[in-house]
Design a protein around this ligand. Structure first.
Ligand code: CMP
Length: 138
């Protein structure tokens, strides 16, 4: 089934000039960019986006980091895109990520882990609508 999911290239990756390599990784593995925007998130935007993690001890650190530089917001489309994106990213903690995954290749730590991806079809719908009007998806 063709799906669309949200991907974010995080500030650690944009600052290290990894944007193109990460997008190429998705494209080479069957996902297509259906919307894309580079922006610096405000605290309010980052807090709203990660609201489900509000009670976690790392919430403040997560919000600080996500606002610390530019991010690239993308809608990625393809067959089984939600799970495929998560496979291509690898585990949240790069120390546990499989060989060849984006986080294994590029992430620096569990916090500075280079990419975010929606974890379910329901999250994808919510997260896409947080950043993109439906009419902006190709
Ligand atoms: P992400 O997929 O963007 O979703 C929530 C983020 O919280 C996650 O990636 C990590 O970057 C971050 N995170 C999870 N656990 C920790 C932790 N223990 N310390 C700092 N950040 C964390």
């Amino acid at each position: 089934m063709t799906e669309t999911t949200l991907s974010i290239i995080k500030p650690d990756a944009t600052k290290r000039n990894l944007t193109g390599r990460i997008i190429a990784h998705f494209e080479e593995h069957g996902l297509q960019v259906a919307a894309m925007k580079m922006t610096q998130l405000s605290r309010r935007e980052a807090e709203g986006f990660y609201a489900e993690h509000k009670a976690r001890p790392f919430f403040g650190e997560l919000v600080d980091f996500m606002c610390s530089g530019p991010v690239v917001l993308m809608a990625l489309k393809g067959e089984g895109a939600v799970m495929k994106n998560r496979e291509l990213m690898g585990a949240t903690n790069p120390a546990e990520a499989a060989e060849g995954t984006i986080r294994k290749l590029y992430a620096r730590s569990i916090g500075e882990n280079s990419v975010h991806g929606s974890d379910s079809a329901e999250s994808a719908r919510r997260e896409l609508s947080y950043f993109f009007p439906a009419t902006d998806l190709y």
